[in-house]
Design a protein around this ligand. Structure first.
Ligand SMILES: Cc1ncc(COP(=O)(O)O)c(C=O)c1O
Ligand SMILES: N[C@H](C=O)CCC(=O)O
Length: 425
């Protein structure tokens, strides 16, 4: 057995499925996950010492590349002063101010330790602030694993959802209405029928959990208009897109202003930081000011916040996102050209430092269209690239991520590998 196989077998004895988050287990592509020993810049090395160009980037946080020296230094300096206090710190205030300064829709922000906590808390806040129970989400959007968000569409239009996880009582998702992404008519119909009861609409304003799917022209504005008209709150889940697609997230790119925003990933620079924030009058409902309870022993952890602050400072340098977006475009255009040359049905898209690869003729606009792509071709491509030393997400339903350290040489090496893999696909 190889060292990775050995570790996976050993891991499965003490950890369910051998992993601490399901997608890491390679279930949808088969094979053995690589156990990562270290990472630097655009590269990760597994337990066998094999190096891979990494396009997972810890699922988004590693926007500066792995182990950026200034982020590591910030973490080391914070750690020697103590790992956690359970009391306020100046650094927490600094990161709150930094987030508010960057995202105009934020007037106040509360720190948590994950994206799941951020969305769970934002939903509770929306319900508490509006006094309503129902929420709207979209098929294919993932907002973490809080009970009321683990839900897929019911059998008919405007029916409430079914749990996607065992252990979630049907009653918990009875208030969650699941609609198709980019289906503006369905949103209007939902509000026409349930408008008085809808507390909020939560959306990935660019979806990255059904592969990359952009919002159709006017879709986000339609959500904004419907929420405003019916007194519901609009929540942009920018856990993935925040500071990834541009300096002000999707809200900056589209000019559509949410009432609440959830953040994580990039704002922690690889450490566990999440946040939810928005209009001050809504945030005034959060305890201890208001009646919506929300708390966390490690919230605003000083070491994690130090990594986040260093990351925010570095990605705030002029031109950062333009350069990141240009490198990502080089990658997807190069992959498309090589697939076409090899006669492989393939399309690709990117926004800022985030990209989608589809084994289908055109870029999808919904979960149904992503699902219609050739997942077997993706699996062959994934394993081919892995054997060439390139690590993409092990699922056809995940977006990919480029970092500031993916320079021309790294992109070229990826494209050379892809040319060989497409040729034998
Ligand atoms: C858009 C989005 N929201 C929420 C989450 C949940 O974040 P976490 O995994 O940090 O709990 C994720 C990723 O997992 C995500 O991509
Ligand atoms: N798609 C998920 C988040 O973006 C992948 C990360 C995980 O849940 O392990």
């Amino acid at each position: 057995m190889s060292r990775n196989e050995d570790l996976f077998t050993r891991a499965a004895r003490s950890i369910p499925g051998g992993v601490n988050s399901p997608v890491r287990a390679f279930r949808s592509v088969g094979g053995t996950p690589r156990f990562i020993a270290r990472a630097q810049g655009p590269y990760i090395w597994d337990a066998e010492g094999t190096r891979y160009i990494d396009y997972v980037g810890s699922w988004g946080p590693a926007i500066l590349g792995h182990a950026h020296p200034e982020v590591i230094r910030a973490v080391q300096e914070a750690a020697v002063n103590g790992l956690s206090f359970g009391a306020p710190t100046e650094a927490e205030v600094e990161i709150a101010e930094a987030l508010i300064a960057r995202l105009p829709s934020l007037q106040q922000v509360r720190l948590v330790s994950s994206g799941t906590e951020a969305t769970m808390s934002a939903i509770r806040l929306a319900r508490g602030a509006t006094g309503r129970n129902k929420i709207v989400k979209f098929e294919g959007c993932y907002h973490g694993h809080a009970d009321s968000l683990l839900v897929k569409a019911g059998s008919g239009l405007l029916t409430f959802g079914n749990p996607t996880s065992a252990g979630v009582p049907a009653e918990f998702v009875a208030h969650t209405l699941v609609l198709d992404y980019n289906d503006q008519a369905a949103v209007e119909a939902a509000f026409a029928q349930h408008g008085q009861d809808i507390a909020c609409v939560i959306v990935e304003p660019v979806a990255g959990n059904m592969n990359l799917v952009r919002p159709a022209a006017g879709f986000l504005q339609a959500l904004r208009d419907q929420c405003t008209q019916h007194g519901a709150l609009l929540i942009f889940d920018e856990v993935m897109t925040g500071f990834r697609v541009g300096p002000q997230g999707v809200q900056g790119l589209t000019g559509v202003t949410p009432d609440l925003t959830t953040l994580a990933k990039v704002i922690g620079g690889g450490m566990p930081v999440g946040a939810f924030g928005g209009r001050a009058d809504i945030m005034a409902h959060v305890a201890p000011v208001g009646g919506v309870y929300q708390a966390g022993t490690l919230s605003g952890n000083p070491v994690a916040v130090a990594a986040g602050l260093a990351t925010l400072r570095l990605i705030g340098e002029p031109g950062f996102h333009d350069r990141l977006g240009a490198q990502t475009e080089k990658l997807v255009q190069g992959l498309s050209a090589r697939a076409q040359a090899a006669g492989v049905t393939f399309s690709a898209d990117s926004l800022g430092g985030m990209f989608g690869l589809y084994f289908g003729a055109k870029v999808p606009t919904s979960l149904a269209e992503v699902s219609a792509c050739d997942t077997q071709a993706f699996t062959r491509f994934f394993h081919g690239m892995l054997s060439e030393g390139v690590h993409f997400a092990p699922s056809a339903f995940e977006a990919g991520f480029v970092s500031a350290t993916h320079d021309d040489a790294v992109i070229e090496a990826t494209l050379d590998a892809a040319e060989r893999v497409f040729a034998r696909l």
